[in-house]
Design a protein around this ligand. Structure first.
Ligand SMILES: Nc1nc2c(c(=O)[nH]1)N[C@H]1C(S)=C(S)[C@@H](COP(=O)(O)O)O[C@H]1N2
Ligand SMILES: [Mo]
Length: 203
């Protein structure tokens, strides 16, 4: 199925949250049309709560040791840079261009936690759900991560263009540079990586 046919109908706005954030920013700026008398933390802050951020990622599910990685733990793993990349949504809209994200391979976290598979060949039907603080969830198969070039570019990231990802950008995140539309499997405020086994009906 071509990627463009997966676009959601225009009546459903997947990017409503972005519009809301842009609106929040413009309301917070000094040139805002909001009344000058509006107190800090007033009505605008009530309507637009602080964005969710992650400071640690928990690896759970079919693993030998459930493991939690904070920023220090992530920085102890081998680092990887993405190089220049455009973050493009399903609609084709460019969310941003970055010259570099810094992070570690998603598979490096799984290697520390070690997969726990009932049968030797079960890894062939293993998959990982990566979830953000708001519940946004994306999936990677074991094969993508360990047996295709996609895995090489699937990174848990904590810096962009030499700057730490601030809380307003979600803190720790996930990016998959091998994807055609990178924004979709970019998870802001990455909280959980959960390893599952897909059901296998009896032959
Ligand atoms: N946690 C989380 N990550 C998310 C989303 C989301 O709703 N929640 N939306 C995705 C979509 S559809 C887009 S276009 C990009 C937007 O990038 P940004 O949130 O970094 O601006 O985030 C992606 N990652
Ligand atoms: Mo999007």
């Amino acid at each position: 199925m071509p990627i463009d046919s997966l676009r959601v109908p225009s009546t459903v706005s997947t990017d409503a949250r972005l519009a809301t954030r842009a609106e929040a920013r413009s309301m917070a700026s000094p040139s805002s049309s909001a009344p000058a008398s509006e107190p800090a933390g007033g009505p605008a802050a009530t309507r637009f709560p602080a964005p969710l951020a992650s400071h640690e990622v928990v690896v759970s599910g079919c693993v030998k040791r459930r493991h939690s990685f904070d920023l220090c733990a992530l920085k102890r793993l081998p680092t990887q840079l993405t190089g220049a990349l455009d973050v493009v949504c399903l609609s084709g809209r460019k969310v941003r261009s970055a010259s570099d994200y810094k992070g570690v391979r998603l598979s490096a976290l799984l290697d520390v936690a070690q997969l726990r598979m009932p049968q030797a060949r079960d890894f062939t039907r293993a998959f990982v759900l990566a979830q953000g603080a708001d519940g946004y969830t994306v999936m990677f198969s074991w094969h993508e991560l360990y047996n295709t070039p996609v895995g090489v570019g699937a990174l848990v990231v904590y810096e962009r263009d030499g700057q730490p990802l601030g809380d307003d950008e979600g803190g720790i995140g996930l990016i998959s540079t091998g994807d055609l539309r990178v924004a979709l499997r970019q998870v802001r405020a990455l909280k959980r990586l959960c390893v599952h086994l897909a059901d296998s009906p009896p032959p």
